[in-house]
Ligand binder design. Structure first.
Ligand code: SAM
Length: 212
């Protein structure tokens, strides 16, 4: 998702109370940001944040951090938050490749990856958020019993991700190639913006859950 650049979006984000500047990393001290010691769940590539905001409203006992590379996209999420404030959510504008600079060992309980960019060229495989290189980063911030959940409508990216879970030495806890028809995996499913768009076109939604 790459919206047209919105002039001034970086400045708005820098001053917004929901945004944590990448340069002021609370690594190891996230609980002082939220004022409690609730578990931290993150979404990488959150887009406009619809999914994460719905989760945060549903689960006040969990703290949510959304990570998004582009300020123009993240700005849309902030606008929604200003209309309907939520205490247990924060955003960071950053590239996920720097994720270990923002979170300490064992600081994250759950990672969501939704409709991540497919990077179809082989030479860009390591940029995919489900590549073994990214699983190595997740290993550094995720609690021992932590979980990675990934949804996509992209068949090739899904096959690649299944292989990478194994290559990275992680366990595949569950997977489906038709989430919306899978009663148990679809229970409590919150549709992301892209999920709504692609399932309306008739695309099946793939999902995997991985742990160590
Ligand atoms: N998760 C949302 C959804 O399912 O509706 C948005 C999906 S959109 C296709 C992928 C989003 O991930 C884009 O907003 C993109 O900017 C962001 N993204 C891609 N690579 C990223 C990275 N390395 N770090 C942070 N965000 C990234």
């Amino acid at each position: 998702m790459r919206l047209r650049n919105i002039p001034g979006s970086r400045e708005v984000i820098a001053e917004n109370r929901y945004c944590i500047p990448e340069t002021e990393s609370p690594k190891g001290d996230w609980h002082s940001i939220f004022g409690n010691s609730h578990p931290i769940h993150i979404e990488i590539g959150m887009g406009k944040g619809k999914f994460l905001m719905a989760l945060a409203r549903q689960n006040p006992q969990i703290n949510y951090v959304g990570i998004e590379k582009y300020s123009s996209v993240l700005l849309r999420g902030l606008q929604k938050l200003e209309e309907e404030p939520i205490d247990n959510i924060r955003f960071i504008r950053m590239d996920a490749e720097n994720i270990t600079e923002m979170f300490d060992k064992d600081e994250v309980a759950h990672i969501y990856l939704n409709f991540s960019d497919p990077w179809p060229k082989d030479r860009h495989a390591k940029r995919r958020l489900t590549s073994r290189q990214f699983f190595t980063l997740y290993d550094k911030i995720l609690q021992k019993d932590g979980i990675v959940e990934f949804k996509t409508d992209n068949n090739n990216l899904f096959d690649f991700s299944l292989e990478e879970v194994e290559e990275a030495g992680w366990k595949l806890d569950a997977f489906t190639r038709n989430l919306h028809e899978d009663k148990s995996m679809n229970q409590g499913n919150i549709m992301t913006e892209y999920e709504e768009k692609f399932s309306a076109k008739g695309n099946p939604i793939y999902k995997l859950i991985a742990s160590r």
